[in-house]
Design a protein around this ligand. Structure first.
Ligand SMILES: NC(=O)c1ccc[n+]([C@@H]2O[C@H](COP(=O)([O-])OP(=O)(O)OC[C@H]3O[C@@H](n4cnc5c(N)ncnc54)[C@H](OP(=O)(O)O)[C@@H]3O)[C@@H](O)[C@H]2O)c1
Length: 214
């Protein structure tokens, strides 16, 4: 697939690199310096290149939205219209201090994004894992037992695309249901982040959430 990365920070740079290494064609976009995008593309190998947000979304089979909530409007304006596009969002609706969710209970960041992009196909995924675990999970992807990763959305095609990317990143995709489930996964993601960064557990906590099979 052709994957456009909107936001090449901790999440976007790592996921984009893994997608490129898994064989997808990746365009890194949206960082403060273009030199960073070029470096990321160089390091990710021949499947990756640097571009602007509008170049990243052009012809993309999937778009990864990986910016701080305060930058969503700016990056979407730069990307341009996204009718019919699969938008996989890992962005959590955090306040500027990153201490609390600014949306919750009756809606979610993912649903708010879907309203902002009524013609796009929005899926929420990847936001329940700290970025630090991503390279290790990818390296271990050939093992039988993979860590689970939940995703949710309302569009069946978009969910198939998201599940493929989740699998290619080394996780076992778990369909959590419609997009409104993001009302639960987003606070859950914040909990995981708190445990990982504020507590003593460390980011490896993300590995401990496994699907229970009878
Ligand atoms: N980090 C995690 O472990 C994690 C886990 C789950 C969910 N999330 C969510 O994923 C999203 C992305 O998180 P992140 O940690 O990857 O954030 P980040 O490292 O801050 O990355 C954000 C990207 O946006 C770019 N950016 C910021 N302001 C900009 C501006 N004015 N102009 C151009 N580019 C700008 C940054 O540029 P620079 O590269 O130049 O800084 C960076 O590439 C957030 O919504 C977060 O809540 C993160």
């Amino acid at each position: 697939m052709r994957v456009g990365i909107l936001g090449s920070g901790l999440m976007g740079s790592k996921l984009g690199t893994l997608f490129a290494r898994a064989g997808h064609r990746v365009v890194f976009s949206y960082a403060r310096r273009e030199s960073k995008l070029r470096r990321l593309a160089r390091e990710a190998g021949r499947n990756a290149r640097a571009g602007t947000p509008s170049e990243a979304v052009r012809g993309a089979d999937a778009i990864l939205l990986a910016v701080h909530w305060s930058r969503v409007e700016d990056v979407l304006e730069k990307a341009g219209r996204l009718p019919g596009r699969v938008v996989v969002t890992c962005s959590l609706p955090m306040n500027r201090e990153d201490t609390a969710l600014v949306i919750g209970r009756t809606t979610s960041g993912a649903e708010t994004l879907a309203k902002r992009l009524p013609k796009a196909r929005v899926v929420s995924a990847f936001n329940t894992v700290p970025s630090e675990v991503l390279p290790g999970v990818f390296e271990a992807r050939r093992r039988a037992a993979r860590p689970s990763l939940v995703y949710c959305g309302d569009d069946a095609k978009a969910k198939r695309v998201a599940a493929e990317l989740i699998r290619d990143a080394g996780f076992d995709p778990v369909d959590a249901g419609p997009l409104e489930i993001a009302r639960y996964t987003e606070p859950f993601a914040l909990l995981v982040a708190r445990l990982a960064y504020d507590g003593e557990g460390g980011p490896e906590l993300a590995y401990r959430f496994e699907r229970c099979r009878r």
